[in-house]
Every structure is written in C-alpha cells, then in structure tokens.
Design a binder for this molecule. Structure first.
Ligand SMILES: NC(=O)c1ccc[n+]([C@@H]2O[C@H](COP(=O)([O-])OP(=O)(O)OC[C@H]3O[C@@H](n4cnc5c(N)ncnc54)[C@H](OP(=O)(O)O)[C@@H]3O)[C@@H](O)[C@H]2O)c1
Length: 353
C-alpha cells in the first residue's frame, strides 16, 4: 500500500480538499511513521487554508498539527520505540508531517508513549499547545523565542518564583490550560487567569488560584488582578489569546523585569506608549524544531509520558467531531467563529467515510 486518504490544501489560499491518493511517507532513519487514531484541530489549521502567511510554501500540503495513534514503522536508527506503540506527536506543515492523513511522520525524538490512563483523544490535544507554552517559557538556547525562565526540573525552577504572581489571559483556551499548568509547576504565589466563569472549577483543578470573568471591562479585570496579587509583583504574563485589549491590560500589569509572552503578534503600534525594554515581549512559536527550542523539546519529551501518567500534566478535554476527515472543515469553522469553549475538537481518522 503506497497511498492513503488525507485532507490537503491544494494551493495557497484554496480550501481543504479530501484526496484518496495521497502518498504514504517513508520514515527516515530517525523518524517514525504513525497510523493516526485521533487528530486534534487548531486555529492554525484554518489559517493555513487562508494562506498569505508566507511560512507555508510546499503546496499541496496536508494540514494538521496534533495527532495520536500507533506506530506503523520505525526508522533504521530508532531503538526506543517499536511498531504498535501508542504515541502522541506534533504535526508540521511540511511534506509527510501534517496529521490530517491516515499515516504521518514524526521525528522519533519528539514522540511520547501514551500511558494507559490517557485516551487517544485526550493525548492528541497535548503536543502543539504544550510545545507552544513550554518552548516560549523555558527554552534557553541561542535563537529561542522564549521568556527564558528556569524550567522546573532545573535548580531553582520550582522555588525562585514563589514570591511572584503569574497572569494568564485566556485560561480556558487550549494554550491557556497548559500555561496554567506550567506556572503551577514553577510554584508561583498566585496564578490568576481570565476565562468564562463556567470553567472556574476545572481551571482551578489545573492550578489556577483565581479566575476572573473574561467579559468584564479591562479596568475591572486589572483591579481584580491587583487585588488577588496582594502586592506581589506580576512577573510572568502568558497571553494565550492575542487580542489588542488583552495585551494592553496585561502588559500594564506586568512588573518591570517581568516577561510577556503572546501567541499572536504584539500590537506594537497600539501599545507603543507602554512598551519598555524592561518588559520584553516574546512571540510564541509552537514547535520544538525551531532554532533554540530543540534541547528543551528533548527535556520535555523525556518526561511527558510520566507527567501524563501521574497527572502532572492534564490534557485538554476532548470533544469528538463525527465524520473523520469529513468533519474537519466544520470543526475548523467552529474554531474560527469562536464557538469552541474550554475543549479541544478531535476527529477519528477511522470514521472517515
Ligand atoms: N504562536 C503559536 O505558535 C500558537 C500556537 C497555538 C495557538 N496559537 C494561537 O493561540 C490562540 C489560542 O489557541 P487555542 O488553540 O488555545 O484556542 P482555543 O482553545 O480554541 O480558544 C478558545 C477559548 O478561548 C477563550 N477566549 C476567547 N477569547 C477570549 C478572551 N478575549 N479572553 C479570554 N479568553 C478568551 C474562550 O474562552 P471562554 O470559553 O472562557 O469564553 C475559549 O475557551 C489562537 O489565536 C491560536 O492561533 C498560537
């Protein structure tokens, strides 16, 4: 068998198209080929369809950045994984790597075995958004787009932030849920997040200490953050949404010397009256395969199965969209319209008609 079914963008700016004669990629020596079970959807997938980013050049291209499944084949140099292992991995918009295919490649170094307590659906929600938060917070190598905080497994990483406060904009988003958990691992005195209040208990179970209604006016949100911070400095802001007003209100709250990480471009023009070199802005990029992120990625992936098995990291809750690949365009439309709240949409490859 050399071809498979896949959902591809045929050319820049064109909508996804279902194809049944897409080549099954061959693993290189350090790769694995995974037979997809669950595929999680991300806003980047509908942005791929829009085109215009200049980042994705290899059209036609299969979409999909998150997946879980069973290893079908291992490359000649891969010794720690075997055919049949249940794994999760991050896709990428390069040939062979998108997860909107029945079979996709991953570098074996960035594959984690799924422990028995985690379903394929929830496992598929982990890789991309976890990489986004952890790389932009902890990566230390040259070229890293990162706040360069000390990771929790390094000396001081669990104690040096104990007098500080973390503020997460958009705690219920997929990214925000991992930002809360990363902050919890670092031992902040308080972890304050904005969200719809219906997610309050769940976000507190992940480590948030205070939830503020995201629909309040910015001034009211700021006042509540200051009250909950109780005079301690807010030295870490994770903006998991990337909207203008959220950036303004959270950048204003950040203490001098603190780090501001955002998932979307920073609104420099709108915020130029505030911006100062003493409060650096980091634009997150969600991959361990980018310059400066690789070593951190190895550190994370060497711990990820254990973290999931023991509840140190809790995956997003998953909502299954029926129809396999045929369900993806409708799911992406819901994401684009902001109709998804506190869950990650996943599809099952095997349900594809
Ligand atoms: N730079 C990167 O590499 C990278 C990587 C991943 C994602 N992203 C970007 O990060 C953003 C989030 O992605 P995601 O996958 O985490 O999204 P998501 O889970 O689909 O986000 C939906 C959630 O966002 C919350 N939300 C929406 N607007 C909000 C606001 N103004 N304030 C607070 N919460 C708000 C909603 O909250 P409620 O339900 O509480 O109303 C909902 O739960 C997207 O723009 C995405 O493109 C960037």
């Amino acid at each position: 068998m050399s071809t498979q079914r896949a959902l591809v963008v045929p050319a820049e700016g064109q909508p996804f198209k279902f194809v049944s004669d897409w080549p099954i990629p061959k693993p290189g020596p350090k790769d694995v080929l995974v037979k997809l079970v669950s595929i999680a959807l991300n806003p980047a997938d509908w942005r791929l369809e829009l085109g215009g980013s200049g980042i994705f050049k290899d059209y036609p291209i299969a979409g999909g950045l998150d997946g879980s499944g069973a290893i079908e084949e291992v490359g000649s140099e891969v010794t720690h994984l075997a055919k049949g292992d249940k794994v999760l991995f991050e896709g990428w918009f390069v040939p062979g790597r998108g997860t909107f295919q029945e079979y996709a490649l991953s570098p074996a170094a960035y594959v984690a075995k799924i422990p028995d307590n985690i379903s394929f659906d929830r496992a598929a929600t982990v890789p991309m958004c976890l990489a986004t938060v952890f790389s932009s917070t902890w990566a230390h190598e040259d070229g890293a787009r990162s706040a360069r905080l000390t990771p929790p497994w390094e000396e001081g990483g669990k104690t040096k932030y104990a007098g500080d406060v973390a503020f997460i904009v958009g705690g219920s988003s997929s990214v925000g849920q991992y930002a809360i958990q990363g902050a919890r691992l670092q031992g902040y005195a308080a972890i304050i997040a904005t969200s719809s209040l219906k997610h309050q208990e769940f976000l507190k179970s992940l480590g948030a200490t205070h939830i503020i209604d995201r629909n309040l006016p910015p001034g009211e949100i700021q006042a509540q953050v200051r009250t909950f911070a109780a005079g301690k400095p807010i030295t870490y802001v994770y903006d998991a949404i990337g909207e203008r007003d959220g950036q303004r209100l959270s950048y204003e709250l950040l203490a001098d010397g603190g780090a501001f990480v955002t998932v979307q471009p920073f609104f420099h023009e709108y915020l130029e009256d505030l911006v100062t070199e003493s409060k650096p802005v980091i634009r997150a990029l969600g991959s361990f395969e980018l310059p400066g992120h690789g070593k951190l990625g190895l550190e994370v992936y060497s711990r990820l199965s254990e973290w999931l098995a023991t509840g140190v990291i809790v995956p997003n809750r998953a909502e299954v969209v029926p129809g396999g690949f045929a369900g993806i365009p409708g799911g992406l439309e819901r994401l684009r319209k902001g109709e998804v709240s506190g869950v990650k949409l996943v599809v099952h490859a095997a349900e594809t008609p």
